[in-house]
Design a protein around this ligand. Structure first.
Ligand code: G6P
Ligand code: ZN
Length: 583
């Protein structure tokens, strides 16, 4: 058995190693500086403390972006030197973020023990490659991101770090083949276990969904399916789950081979970046597709986001979570006993609120960020949740889950079509959505993103909007001058949230203008951009009248958009006459 020694390496702090809830994200050229990653990893081990590190089992994997393999070898050697007992690595270092969460919660090692935490190597939907982004975040034993108490401590440690520990003599383990390699260090044995990336995740998904009924749908000649992983890690899981387990045709997978640079693309599943899928589904203006599939979906780089499309039809993420919640008990065995509650982030449309009310479910509106859902789930108060930013999930894990969302939709389609697979017409995605609108009303919804704008300009715009809130009468006067057909603002504030479990209060979570007719304008600054500031403007209008639910959403929302842009003086503060992305 190969042996290793522990070496203490002197180091000095780097500025700016403050992890957000999605971890530390920087350009690759920053991460590859000598000791940069090492400092962060040691700061994490020190923040976790001996209890959570000595003899621990640590998962280390990610979305396979550039620098992941080097990072895995470094972290493995540092784990060995810090007294970790075992490192679990998905084959080729690939595990989607939801798969990591599933592995932490579900995977049982040879001696019956479970993982204590995970390093996830990803920068999510940001591009990858030598000139793009890399990222690392730590998840706890519940499978969810480290809470602020820990991330603050990590940051503090990065500012004072003097040395890190690394195993000398430990070889780079071959992560391309599964199996356990054992080593002997000064404190005893150390194992590296490379395991199949999908088995544990698949086992969990099989305990949630009725796979045979989804398989029947996928094999029905009238149904067709398409999945685009944008060259992210979800492709690995998709091949195994959709093709090998559920019998979908191999040709239904697009961009499902993970690439270190995501094929040069932007691995974010929206109408702008998922170009190939959008064209295949008949939604591209530039290209006409004679016979699009019935159902299409895309994932982001680390597989936690999802975009769902029907034939020539876009499903807003806000509608998606509402429809999953409305149908879950009937269509998904895991929920057959009822839902504990549902939740959405504040800027997500109120479509879910209406479902919660109809079904008499507990309902929560939380700030943007998945961690707020995690608390509710740990307390048994929430089963299904979602965000407008293409995130949907449930309490089966503590991350959002792109493939779960696709299986939820396929389950609903299978349920609605259980008598139509032979003769008769299939109920389509569009049918399901339109029927939902008839029952619950429609929330017209759009988001305008102004990316990489001047940070001072963005701050001034937000300050201007807050200032306006002190006089609603004044605001209404301005609005009437812009568009007399827009209803009055009845309430305006900055969203604030008190966590019902730990009592913590989160302030300044977005500026809201709420209108008499239920319409809403929300402005917030993105927390995930890496250059300049990104302003997000969310526009929503509720329509109950079933004769008015079939309009084009941009057209229906045009008056509110005009009000939002003029009220906020968008062009004045940002110099932009149009948004970068509209979804
Ligand atoms: C990440 C989080 C999501 C959140 C999103 C917001 O993806 O995991 O929970 O909705 O960031 O991003 P933004 O850029 O709008 O702050
Ligand atoms: Zn992601």
């Amino acid at each position: 058995m190969a042996t290793f020694k522990i070496t203490r390496v002197n180091t000095t702090p780097f500025e700016g190693q403050k992890p957000g809830t999605s971890g530390l994200r920087k350009k690759v050229k920053v991460f590859i500086q000598p000791n940069y990653l090492q400092n962060f990893v040691q700061a994490t081990f020190n923040a976790l403390g001996a209890d959570r590190v000595k003899n621990a089992i640590l998962v280390v994997s990610g979305d396979g972006r550039y620098y992941s393999k080097d990072a895995i070898h470094i972290i493995t050697k540092m784990a060995a030197a810090n007294g970790v007992r075992r490192v679990w690595i998905g084959q080729n270092g690939l595990l989607s973020t939801p798969a990591v969460s599933a592995v932490v919660r579900e995977r049982v090692g040879a001696d019956g023990s479970k993982a204590t935490g995970a390093f996830i190597l990803t920068a999510s939907h940001n591009p990858g490659g030598p000139h793009e982004d890399f990222g690392i975040k730590y998840n706890m034993e519940n499978g969810g991101p480290a809470p602020e108490g820990i991330t603050n401590k990590i940051y503090e440690n990065t500012t004072t770090i003097k040395e890190y520990l690394i195993a000398e003599g430990l070889p780079d383990v071959d992560i391309s083949t599964t199996g356990v390699s054992s080593f002997e260090g000064p404190e005893g044995k150390f194992d590296v276990d490379v395991f199949d990336s999908t088995s544990d995740y698949l086992k969990l998904l099989k305990s949630i969904f009725d796979f045979p009924s989804v398989q029947n749908l996928l094999s029905c000649p009238k149904f067709s399916f398409c999945y685009d992983a944008l060259h992210g890690v979800a492709g690995v899981h998709a091949k195994r789950i959709f093709v090998e387990e559920l019998g979908a045709n191999e040709s239904s997978l697009v961009n499902c081979v993970p690439k270190e640079d995501f094929g040069g693309g932007h691995p974010d599943p929206n109408l702008t970046y998922a170009k190939e899928l959008v064209a295949r589904m008949g939604l591209s203006k530039a290209h006409s597709e004679p016979n699009p599939p019935e159902f299409g979906a895309a994932a982001d780089g680390d597989g936690d986001r999802n975009m769902v499309l029907g034939k020539r039809f876009f499903v807003t993420p806000s509608d998606s979570v509402a429809i999953i919640a409305a149908n879950a008990v009937q269509a998904i065995p895991y929920f057959s006993g009822g839902l504990k509650g549902v939740a959405r982030s504040m800027p997500t449309s109120a479509a879910l609120d209406v479902v919660a009310k109809h079904l008499n479910l507990k309902f929560f509106e939380v700030p943007t960020g998945w961690k707020f859902f995690g608390n509710l789930m740990d307390a048994g108060m929430c089963s299904i949740c979602g965000e407008e930013s293409f995130g949907t999930g449930s309490d089966h894990i503590r991350e959002k889950d792109g493939i779960w969302a696709v299986l939820a939709w396929l389950s609903i389609l299978a349920y609605k079509n259980k008598d139509n697979l032979g003769e008769g017409n299939l109920v389509t995605v569009e049918d399901i959505i339109r029927q939902h609108w008839v029952t619950y009303g429609r929330h017209y919804y759009t988001r305008y993103d102004y990316e990489n704008v001047n940070a001072d300009g963005a701050k001034e715009l937000m300050a201007h909007l807050v200032k306006l809130q002190s006089s609603i009468d004044e605001v209404n006067k301005v609005i009437k001058e812009i568009r007399s057909d827009v209803s009055n603002v009845v309430h305006a504030d900055e969203f604030e949230y008190k966590d019902p479990i730990d009592g913590s209060v989160s302030k300044h979570q977005g500026i809201r203008y709420l209108f008499e007719d239920g319409s809403r304008l929300v402005f917030r600054l993105s927390g995930t951009g890496s250059e300049g500031a990104t302003i997000r403007l969310y526009i929503e209008q509720y329509e109950k009248d079933s004769s008015k639910i079939g309009r084009d959403s941009q057209e229906a929302l045009a008056p509110l958009v005009e009000v939002a842009l003029k009220l906020s003086k968008m062009q004045e503060y940002t110099g932009r006459s149009a948004p970068t992305v509209i979804t």
